[in-house]
Design a protein around this ligand. Structure first.
Ligand code: SAM
Length: 228
């Protein structure tokens, strides 16, 4: 387990069951089993190789009987009655959107989603907000020199975000996090670089205006975070 997976595990409440979509090594579910998670532990992966790895890891620590394995695309084989928490981590934001979009049953307040997109977090936050989900908590974790966003969502009462907040998470949810400032600085420098490139190329004025707006919104967040 690493810091990223530890943070994801912390977000999973005790419940009737959790599915880890794209389980790969299976470490998350093994950690939950070892820490006494009371419900069912479902490991799903679209590829047989990773699922076999998860099975071997479970066997090695004597927990094979605790896990259920599904060779499946996303949530297609998941019984909605079996779980109340859905973890999808370590994939691109657009892949995660596709998985959720194909499982209409997860659009119910019954299910807590624990999400950790590796890329395109803004696409995933946008999808959630525009499909009736409320992003209930934002977390930041540093692992191996990189910063990761981990967030939870549940169906009901969406809150609109600013353009920049689709990239960073809602400011009121991140401003008190210990890694807020380094994370915002990293995002700022990324958007400043994009602005420079777009100005030099001089070809996409609309995209430049959008990127400048995001840059200004992130600067504003940094000013307010500094004054905390
Ligand atoms: C980079 S690994 C992430 C493993 C783990 N979730 C983590 O965060 O460390 C991505 C895994 O997702 C699986 N995967 C990709 N698309 C999937 C899908 N549509 N349904 C289920 N698994 C998928 C891949 O086979 C791979 O094992």
């Amino acid at each position: 387990m690493n810091e990223r997976l530890n943070k994801i595990a912390e977000c999973v409440p005790a419940g009737r069951g959790v599915i880890d979509v794209g389980t790969d090594h299976g470490y998350l579910l093994l950690q939950l089993a070892q820490s006494g998670y009371p419900g069912r532990l479902l490991a799903a992966d679209i590829n047989p190789g990773p699922l076999e790895t998860a099975r071997r890891h479970a066997e090695a620590v004597g927990l094979l009987d605790h896990l259920e394995f599904q060779l499946a695309d996303g949530l297609e084989l998941c019984d909605p009655e079996a779980v109340d928490c859905i973890v999808i981590a370590g994939m691109g934001g657009d892949t995660i959107c596709g998985i959720l979009d194909r499982a209409e049953w997860c659009m119910s307040p019954e299910y807590l989603l624990v999400l950790q997109p590796m890329t395109r977090a803004e696409v995933l936050r946008y999808w959630l907000v525009h499909n009736g989900f409320s992003i209930s908590a934002e977390h930041l974790v540093r692992d191996g020199g990189a910063l990761y966003s981990v967030f939870t969502a549940r169906f009901g009462e969406s809150e609109r975000l600013t353009d920049a907040e689709y990239y960073t998470g809602a400011f009121h949810q991140i401003r008190t996090l210990p890694l807020c400032l380094p994370f915002l600085q990293q995002q700022l420098s990324r958007f400043e670089k994009i602005c420079i490139g777009l100005r030099r190329a001089g070809k996409e004025p609309e995209r430049l205006r959008f990127t400048e707006r995001i840059t200004a919104q992130i600067r504003e967040m940094i000013r307010n975070a500094d004054s905390e």
